[in-house]
Design a protein around this ligand. Structure first.
Ligand code: NAD
Ligand code: UDX
Length: 480
């Protein structure tokens, strides 16, 4: 029986290993982590992450060929294939701070593998890492190898949160990079054999190590760039009377461009896009390619611009001040169908409103009160991963309260900001919300989930990203 051990039981390690276990009954899969709380949650009925379809997959194989453990050294030493899926956040201090990837967790995992291994291993980079990381890992592993043969593979993960299970069941592609030597090719084949249990052969791509590592950064940069492109156009739509949904539809009909990932929004969030672009910027700079670095930096600059623009719209619409006014925030997760708040635009929008002394009532169907308070109380880089199960009693931000539902959040509010595209926000009784709000009542739709005309008919003043402005907003000074 092939034994797989995955180091890191997070958003990637957990779902990916659950799918491998489900699809490969002949393989034993153990997911290990240094976080005792996280492993306890994986072994309980309340999994540490919310992902549609995940509970079911875990229930089907946990205790059979899928295990979660904190006994890291034992399972690493017994494994044939070791996936490393630890977090690789942006460095917050020292050389490259604010841009380079922090490989502390990766390095400590690699050193531990070198320490405890007694047999040959295939070590798979599952985390997103800078190009050439495999070379550094190889040095750590082989420096003290006691005659053990290590093959390093790059197998970046392309799942998106909220759709992780379907992405894993039917991936667009699985990418495996390895050394172009007989041993390297054998290791690539061994990993291919795992995926071949459910992924068609033509979707399993093999490349050299550096192409695989760089493809992951490039893919995320391209995806984020599409969002910044349509968001840049959304500002122009508001200025000219064009409708960003119509423009995106017309542009996306070109088969060379395609329709996906062209939804204008309050800005992209999530743990990957910003981090991976910063990483790409840093690598470009280190290679003396400052023009390339500046090109990618713009993707992040437009994203920051979009979040600021949204806050400015809210404040300027409401007579240039939100001081003491209640604002309802609907949605705090960085996208629907996840409870993850890493880099969510809601943090920046709420902090912007709080700076202007607003009182905020937040409702999100999946994010816990503690998580929201922690996100708003801490500076961007004050926390370390994993954030979600750290025991702490956050000092609540005074002007922030958490509501049980959208109606409670909106009661007595002057404005409603929609910051996550949860389906339930499309179905709300906006007449009821309007009746319970202060007048004039505003809706600021950062995700284009409501029909502005229907809400205007109720009496709301509506701002929706990239949509023609109503007369109230048109008469205000332009927001840059
Ligand atoms: P995460 O923070 O949810 O999980 C990482 C886990 O690794 C944590 O539970 C942490 O305790 C554990 N860990 C850290 N160091 C360890 C060590 N030395 N030994 C054992 N456990 C250790 O992170 P994530 O979202 O799963 O991301 C993991 C990697 O995958 C990152 O490089 C990320 O960029 C990449 N990635 C993430 C996504 C996503 O959607 N979240 C998608 C594709 C790729
Ligand atoms: C992303 C990549 O899609 C995935 O392939 C990679 O493995 C990890 O990073 P994720 O961050 O989980 O996945 O979600 P994604 O669906 O890409 O959304 C990222 C952000 O962009 C979200 O805040 C989302 O709301 C926003 N977005 C997405 C838009 O604003 N408009 C769009 O058209 C699409």
């Amino acid at each position: 029986m092939v034994k797989i051990c995955c180091i890191g039981a997070g958003y990637v390690g957990g779902p990916t290993m659950a799918v491998i276990a489900l699809k490969c009954p002949s393989i034993e899969v153990v997911v290990v982590d240094i976080s005792v709380n996280r492993i306890a949650a994986w072994n309980s009925d309340q999994l540490p992450i919310y992902e549609p379809g995940l509970d079911d997959a875990v229930k089907q194989c946990r205790g059979k060929n899928l295990f979660f453990s904190t006994d890291i050294e034992k399972h690493v030493s017994e494994a044939d294939i070791i996936f490393v899926s630890v977090n690789t956040p942006t460095k917050t201090r020292g050389l490259g701070a604010g841009k380079a990837a922090d490989l502390t967790y990766w390095e400590s995992a690699a050193r531990m593998i070198a320490d405890v291994s007694k047999s040959d291993k295939i070590v798979v980079e599952k985390s997103t890492v800078p190009v050439k990381t495999a070379e550094a890992i190889e040095k750590i592993l082989t420096h003290n190898s006691k005659g053990i043969n290590y093959q390093i593979l790059s197998n970046p993960e392309f799942l998106a949160e909220g759709t992780a299970m379907q992405d894993l069941f039917k991936p667009d592609r699985v990418l495996i990079g390895g050394r172009e030597t007989p041993e390297g090719r054998k290791a690539v084949q061994a990993l291919k054999d795992v995926y071949a249990h459910w992924v068609p052969e033509d979707r399993i791509l093999t490349t050299n190590l550096w192409s695989a590592e760089l493809s992951k950064l490039a893919a995320n940069a391209f995806l984020a760039q599409r969002i910044s492109s349509i968001n840049a156009i959304s500002a122009l739509c508001e200025a000219t009377g064009a409708n960003v949904s119509e423009v995106a539809y017309a542009v996306g009909k070109d088969s060379r461009i395609g329709p996906k990932f062209l939804n204008a929004s309050v800005g992209f969030g999530g743990s990957c896009f910003q981090k991976d672009i910063l990483n790409l910027v840093y690598i470009s700079e280190c290679n003396g390619l400052s023009v390339v670095a500046n090109y990618w930096k713009q993707v992040i600059q437009i994203n920051d611009y979009q979040k600021n623009r949204f806050v400015n719209r809210v404040v300027s619409s409401m007579f240039n001040t939100v001081s003491g006014k209640k604002i309802a925030v609907l949605g705090f997760a960085f996208k629907k169908d996840t409870g993850d708040t890493r880099e969510t635009p809601a943090i920046d929008v709420c902090k912007g409103l709080l700076r202007d002394k607003a009182t905020i009532s937040i409702y999100d169907p999946q994010v816990t009160d503690d998580q929201i308070q922690r996100d708003l109380a801490t500076n961007k880089f004050d926390w370390d991963h994993p954030v979600h199960l750290q025991p702490m009693s956050p000092t609540a931000v005074k002007q922030v309260s958490i509501a049980w539902d959208a109606y409670e959040a909106a009661k007595g509010a002057h404005g409603v900001c929609i910051l996550t595209e949860w389906d339930e926000f499309k179905e709300l009784d906006y007449r009821r919300i309007y009746d319970d709000m202060q007048k004039p009542a505003f809706v600021f739709d950062g995700r284009n989930v409501v029909d502005p005309e229907k809400l205007r008919a109720i009496g709301f003043i509506v701002y929706a990203i990239g949509k023609p402005l109503d007369s109230w907003l048109k008469d205000l000074p332009a927001v840059a």
